[in-house]
Design a protein around this ligand. Structure first.
Ligand code: ZN
Length: 386
């Protein structure tokens, strides 16, 4: 992934998190946003990478400037298929399912949802419709989030921020057309409008399918002759993150516990996340599949992320003890974090900025909440404003 792609991805993830979610009667409102004759851009097919025999990572293109999908990981057994995460929209899940059909005739018997963020589970309806007997599995705390708090958290984004953003794009387009802007600018603006409208329409009309099987620490499945473990290592990025492990293949699917290029520390459980990453590290995976970004064939990025978080945690603890606030602590520690940061980011200036905001700043704000603790399983912290 080029630095530009990396920063584009992080920017989009940030906006996607900000824009929130909610499935309501907004389908009607969203449809009304689609002006007659304006059709959402044709979506490119997901890319797909077989990282181990029968283990496929499907990745999709972002929805212009407003959203993206988490990785969808498919485990194909002799007579059954498991899907880990169902993307952020029914349209993306349908495209991944088309990709699965090209690989096997076996039915999808299990869907595992990694956590409650909307880029990982909004396409579940596609699998329920195609395979009515499919079991939808999530951690019990994730299921609880999906039943309420996650929906409320995303409501403002879906009902206000995203429509307002689209309206502002449309005003720019109209003004650009009137002013005779360069044709290439108008083409890209039209594409952004189409992508954004499509994303909103998909989110607003998604028929959310809640988990029907929950687990607490561990669940073992026989996926058509393949042993698959569904694991939770305690609170980490969310109250109930699910990981997938294929012991025979040495594959671990991390969900958003690890993201390429920079992991997101929004509303995380700072100290418990580090402990969960240590347990993940102890699995000694040969192949790590992150929540976003390409699969990794070594543990360098995991170790770099873990090292950076430990350092932020240590320096943050000392700063808190001296009575500093998170913003002052961040300013003070950034020079000391330089080497740890570059191990994560490769030194790219824009990825460094993403690291400072999404990993250091958000982590520190959450760490201060942890010090004042205890952190709730259901209250979602807002995005710190700087
Ligand atoms: Zn995600």
């Amino acid at each position: 992934m080029s630095p530009r792609d990396r920063i584009a991805t992080t920017t989009i993830v940030m906006r996607a998190l900000r824009s929130g979610l909610r499935a309501t009667g907004l389908a009607v409102a969203a449809a009304a946003l689609l002006a007659p004759g304006v059709v959402a851009q044709e979506r490119p097919a997901p890319t797909h990478d077989e990282v181990a025999p029968g283990v496929h990572v499907f990745r999709t293109a972002p929805y212009g400037p407003v959203g993206l999908d988490g990785n969808s990981v498919v485990v194909v057994g002799d007579d059954a298929v498991l899907v880990f995460d169902t993307n952020g929209t029914p349209s993306a899940a349908a495209a991944v399912l088309a990709g699965i059909r090209a690989l096997t005739d076996a039915p999808v018997r299990w869907v595992v949802l990694s956590h409650w963020h909307w880029d990982h589970w909004y396409g579940t309806e596609i699998y329920r419709r195609a395979f009515p007997d499919v079991q939808v599995i999530a951690h019990e705390k994730t299921a609880a989030m999906m039943r309420g708090p996650a929906i409320e958290f995303n409501r403002p984004g879906l009902e206000q921020q995203l429509p307002a953003f689209i309206a502002s794009l449309e005003r720019r387009l109209v003004a650009g057309e009137a002013a005779g802007s360069p044709p290439e600018d108008l083409v890209s603006l039209r594409a952004m409008v189409a992508d954004s409208r499509f994303f909103l329409e998909q989110k607003a009309s998604a028929d959310l399918v809640l988990p029907d099987v929950t687990f607490r620490e561990r669940l073992e499945l026989d996926v058509g002759g393949r042993r698959v473990e569904v694991l939770n290592f305690g609170r980490a990025v969310t109250p109930g993150d699910a990981l997938l492990r294929l012991p025979s293949e040495g594959v671990v699917v991390t969900g958003d516990l690890v993201i390429q290029p920079v992991t997101f520390a929004l509303s995380v459980y700072p100290t418990e996340w580090i402990a969960a990453l240590e347990r993940l590290d102890a699995l000694d995976a040969r192949i790590l599949i992150p929540g976003h970004g390409p699969a990794m064939r070594d543990e360098e990025h995991l170790h770099a992320t873990l090292g950076a978080l430990r350092e932020v945690r240590r320096l943050g603890g000392a700063a808190h003890a001296r009575g500093l606030e998170p913003d002052a602590a961040r300013e003070e520690m950034m020079p000391d974090l330089h080497d740890a940061m570059v191990r994560v980011t490769g030194g790219d200036a824009e990825v460094n900025r993403a690291f400072e905001q999404q990993l250091v700043d958000w982590y520190l704000h959450r760490l201060w909440e942890e010090f004042e603790g205890p952190l709730s399983d259901t209250v979602i912290a807002g995005i710190p404003s700087r």
